[in-house]
Design a protein around this ligand. Structure first.
Ligand SMILES: [Zn+2]
Length: 363
């Protein structure tokens, strides 16, 4: 195989670009700037709302749904721009930083992890000596070493955030990164916008903020968009490593169609339609039941008067760790499935798309 005939070359290029951009929750500006550049040639309009969500619209074909002049269904597809990280809570006299979590970091295995601050400063996470060294340290026993000899030499302040040190590696053709969650969702949404052909539905692509601290960006974005159908693109778990918890998800076995997670039950009608479209087009898929965690789909589902919602997920090993592993075949299947949905008839399962002003669509 020659280098330029690599499978999934588009995804590789997009990942290389997006995984190296710094953006813990609430600090998505750099990610948003890059995404705006990437999608500008492929969308009809863009706006940024008060929480920093990037909202891009790709209109349906002229004439509305099925050429009837009736307003086309609005489908909101969300992928979050933010990544998990840490926030400085205290700087001690010797120049060590104490920190709190930004999103669901796994404090038990952070010793030796490198983190990067907004100004590029790299720190390493260390731990105090513990009575029982075999026990994992708690958050209170961890600190960040930024190479400073005392507090005066520390340039970080309380409130500064850091993300896991950005590095994208490839192992057996699979990408490893600290922020596949959810830059891979952003990759999928960009890829879908590039391929989207105007048909019966209007696509509202939302690159959301603050998902990792409670799906906050998607909440306001969904209110503003008032979609009639909503889909999140995000990572999920995998149960295919030695003695993994029983989880029927495997890397490389296809796009994961969400049935349920810790925060929502996906619309059964939407889930069935996803399965039908996948089967009809020969797209590999697997069903996802995750006992914990959730995605932007939860926020979209409970927006306004309620929105039928679901998710297409990418099975991921070592989620929320500095070395998340995915398989690009699942990413490909996810984009194919998303487009099969967006470009087909979804009129059988639409919510009302109620707006604040009453019973009409948002126009
Ligand atoms: Zn996520």
């Amino acid at each position: 195989m020659t280098p330029d005939s690599k499978p999934h070359a588009d995804f590789r290029d997009l990942l290389e670009a997006l995984c190296h951009v710094w953006g813990p929750s609430g600090h998505e500006d750099r990610v948003r700037a890059l995404l705006l550049e990437l999608i500008a040639p492929h969308v009809d309009e863009t706006r940024v709302d008060a929480l920093g969500n990037l909202i891009a619209v790709r209109h349906a074909a002229a004439g509305g749904a099925k050429g009837t002049g009736v307003e086309a269904p609005r489908i909101m597809v969300a992928a979050h721009m933010d990544e998990i990280g840490v926030v400085v809570t205290h700087v001690d006299q010797d120049g060590f930083l104490r920190f709190g979590p930004v999103g669901g970091i796994l404090t038990g295995n952070l010793i030796g992890t490198r983190v990067t601050f907004e100004d590029g400063t790299v720190g390493v996470i260390g731990a105090e000596k513990r009575a029982d060294q075999a026990k994992a340290p708690t958050l209170d026993e961890l600190f960040i070493d930024v190479g400073a000899d005392d507090a005066a030499a520390v340039t970080q302040r309380v409130g500064d955030m850091a993300a896991f040190h950005h590095r994208l590696d490839w192992s057996g053709g699979r990408p490893i990164a600290p922020n596949h969650d959810d830059r891979i969702g952003c990759v999928m949404l960009v890829a879908a916008l590039r391929r989207f052909k105007p048909g019966p539905n209007t696509l509202v692509a939302v690159f959301s903020t603050q998902e990792e601290v409670g799906t906050r960006g998607a909440e306001t974005a969904a209110y503003g968009v008032a979609p009639q159908l909503a889909i999140a693109l995000d990572i999920t778990g995998a149960g295919d490593t030695p003695k993994a918890p029983p989880l029927a998800l495997k890397l490389g076995a296809g796009a994961a169609v969400k049935v349920k997670d810790g925060g929502m039950i996906a619309s059964p009608a939407l889930r069935r339609l996803m399965e039908e479209r996948a089967q009809a087009a020969g797209i590999p898929y697997q069903l996802e039941v995750l006992t914990g965690g959730t995605t932007d789909a939860r926020a979209m589902q409970t927006s306004r008067a309620g929105v039928p919602a679901g998710a297409i997920s990418v099975p991921t090993r070592y989620g929320h760790s500095p070395s998340q592993v995915i398989d690009l075949a699942d990413v490909q299947a996810g984009v194919d499935l998303l487009l099969a949905l967006l470009e087909g008839d979804v009129s059988g399962l639409l919510g009302s798309g109620l707006t604040g002003s009453g019973m009409t669509g948002a126009g």
